[in-house]
Ligand binder design. Structure first.
Ligand SMILES: Cc1cc2nc3c(=O)[nH]c(=O)nc-3n(C[C@H](O)[C@H](O)[C@H](O)COP(=O)(O)OP(=O)(O)OC[C@H]3O[C@@H](n4cnc5c(N)ncnc54)[C@H](O)[C@@H]3O)c2cc1C
Length: 583
């Protein structure tokens, strides 16, 4: 174990110029940029391996402003266009929610100016994107003037071990390799528990951030005796010490990925986001707000909070897989964390095959309608004139189209004190639906331990539904009545309750099934207040010296995903490395 010199009576276990907390889409670029700037760097990561949500992601990456890919395919774009797009107050989604209105202008200008630079930086550090014209596939809140979405990919066996065979691995593993080759050290299995800031003194009027504390967080899967190991170990700092103090002689960068896994934190923005909602990216990594809370404890402010509450973007998503608790991605049995996930789940090809009911056993929506809007609107706003209030004349408003979550989180008979939780959602279907869809309704495809139930009658099925989120048994008579009414809609050829287009199939052939189908919290869109350098700002509007933030933990920027995170990683790493060393 290396041991740095004691500072101000504090025992420091490790020291680097720049300490980056988190190794995801923001943390790795921050670390590389800082080391390229001449700083020594330690990345602290609570997980057993690097990557966070980013390594599980779809690898679609929104970076424009005049990238080499845009130029190659003749797409006109510039930093000014990105800035204009992402501050255009006139853009609203079909449900009326504005995408860019509440973005912080300074944060957006910095993003616009460094967006294309970050794209080239990623290429220079080994990331490969498909050689196709940038488009809008997978895009969300990336602006209306130019296609900006680039697509990474993952190839099995190419030395890019993935926790779930995701394209995002094609972004993250090359960055990791580059960081390690350039001398970045990794302290895995350690969680930052607090940020150390010196008090303000007469000599130094505003106290600097000088380090962090960490605690050991090895991950041992159910049934195993030893902790999970990272794919690569070169550059890892090995330790099993329970707690440590890490000194940062220049700066600390918070890149901890946001707050959606923190129940109380996320409910500050929307009290309806109760415990039954799982988080996309769990149980590989958690957005537990530890970065925000530690920074707030040393005076940091939050920012742009409205962006978290907006009912647009990918902030909350419908489930992708049924019958498994972690239902946003289809988990692979080979995943090292599969013992926690327990089931792959299965996808629905045709939503005519199921009905969705709430915790009481009642339908609430047209099952064939999907996520709230989160794409770009260019095709819908035609003509589009930036910042012209008349753009709204060309938006096809449809307030009912995207009300899934409001309907799903509506009060019902079981919504009781103290939280009045709307409860979980269940997909109900029969043996014929299983045949039509070709589902395998046995483990490991389904999780019979609370997330998938079977019975020969609907009454028995209702009684069987039971897990930590179902507050009390669904009444058999209610579920029976729901299904009978739905079956009558199939006879009538019309859904008199929720307008599902021509309900096709009756639910009538036993056995009957109930599969977990509760939506997922996905993105953090609000966090710590930062300036254009990604320096964290306190409640008085003053920079906290030595503290930076990037990615989903940073506020002021309503955009989905890795583009903004990597760009802010780039900006924060560059500026952190340029800080003077504390005496
Ligand atoms: C399934 C899925 C698919 C997605 N697909 C896309 C896509 O196609 N395109 C796109 O642009 N975006 C996508 N996203 C979103 C994207 O992955 C995230 O926006 C991005 O990874 C956020 O970057 P980040 O660095 O802020 O956080 P993360 O990438 O989550 O990294 C944060 C890291 O910090 C660590 N950490 C947290 N707290 C601490 C602590 N106290 N101490 C030490 N370490 C800590 C975490 O363990 C984690 O490794 C997807 C997300 C998911 C979950």
């Amino acid at each position: 174990m290396e041991r740095a010199e004691t500072n101000n009576g504090r025992g420091w276990d490790l020291e680097a110029d720049v300490i980056v907390i988190g190794s995801g889409a923001a943390g790795l670029p921050a670390a590389i940029k800082a080391v390229e700037g001449g700083a020594s760097v330690i990345v602290v990561e609570t997980n057993y391996d690097i990557g966070g949500h980013a390594i599980l992601s779809g690898g679609h990456m929104a970076l424009g402003g005049g990238t080499s890919a845009q130029k190659k395919y003749g797409i006109l774009d510039s930093p000014d266009t990105v800035f204009s797009d992402l501050t255009d107050w006139t853009i609203v989604q079909p449900n009326g929610w504005p995408d860019y209105r509440y973005n912080d202008r300074a944060v957006m200008r910095a993003f616009a100016d460094h967006c294309a630079l970050t794209y080239e930086f990623l290429l220079a550090n080994g990331v490969e994107f498909k050689d196709v014209p940038p488009d809008n596939h997978g895009a969300s809140t990336t602006g209306n003037s130019a296609p900006r979405e680039n697509h990474a990919f993952w190839t099995k066996g190419a030395g890019l071990e993935s926790p779930n065979a995701a394209a995002g691995t094609g972004v993250i593993r090359p960055l990791e390799a580059s960081a390690r080759a350039k001398g970045v050290r990794f302290l895995l299995n350690y969680k930052m528990t607090s940020i150390v800031r010196e008090p303000s003194t007469e000599r130094r009027r505003i106290g600097c951030v000088i380090g962090i504390t960490v605690e050991y967080t090895p991950r041992i899967m159910p049934g195993a005796t030893t902790p999970l190991k990272s794919f690569r170990s070169d550059g890892n700092i090995e330790s099993t010490k329970l707690t440590m103090n890490l000194r940062a002689t220049k700066a600390v960068i918070v890149a901890t990925g946001g707050s959606t896994s923190n129940l109380n934190f996320r409910r500050m923005f929307d009290p309806r986001l109760t415990a039954m909602l799982q988080v996309g990216g769990e149980p590989y990594s958690y957005q537990d707000a530890s970065g925000e809370l530690a920074a707030m404890a040393v005076g940091a402010s939050l920012w742009g909070l409205v962006n978290q509450t907006l009912e647009n973007g990918a902030t909350i998503r419908t489930q992708r897989a049924l019958a498994t608790k972690y239902n946003y991605v289809a988990w692979k049995v080979e995943s090292p964390i599969f013992p926690l996930v327990r089931a792959t789940g299965f996808n629905v090809k045709d939503w005519q095959d199921v009905i969705l009911v709430n915790q009481v056993g009642k339908r609430f929506y047209d099952e064939t309608k999907g996520d709230p809007p989160h794409g770009n609107l260019g095709h819908q706003i035609d003509p589009y004139t930036p910042n012209d209030y008349r753009n709204s004349e060309n938006i096809k408003f449809n307030p009912t189209k995207h009300n899934f979550f409001n309907a799903a989180m509506a009060m019902n008979e079981y919504s009781e004190p103290p939280d009045y939780c709307a409860g979980p959602m269940w997909a109900i279907f029969d043996a014929d639906a299983v045949q039509r869809e070709g589902w395998k309704v046995v483990p490991p495809y389904v999780d019979p331990d609370g997330y998938f139930f079977t019975a020969n009658t609907l009454t028995e099925l209702a009684a069987a539904i039971d897990n930590e989120y179902q507050p009390k048994p669904m009444r058999g008579a209610t579920l029976q009545a729901t299904v009978e009414r739905y079956n009558s809609f199939v006879d009538a050829g019309a859904d008199a309750d929720f307008g599902k287009p021509t309900p096709k199939y009756k639910i009538q052939t036993p056995p009957f099934y109930a599969a977990w189908a509760t939506p997922v919290v996905h993105d953090t869109r609000a966090g710590l207040r930062i300036n254009e350098k990604c320096q964290v700002i306190d409640m008085n509007g003053i920079v906290i010296p030595g503290l930076y933030c990037a990615g989903e933990s940073a506020g002021g920027f309503n955009q989905h995903g890795m583009g903004r995170c990597a760009t802010q990683g780039y900006i924060s790493g560059m500026n952190a490395a340029a800080e003077p060393r504390h005496e």
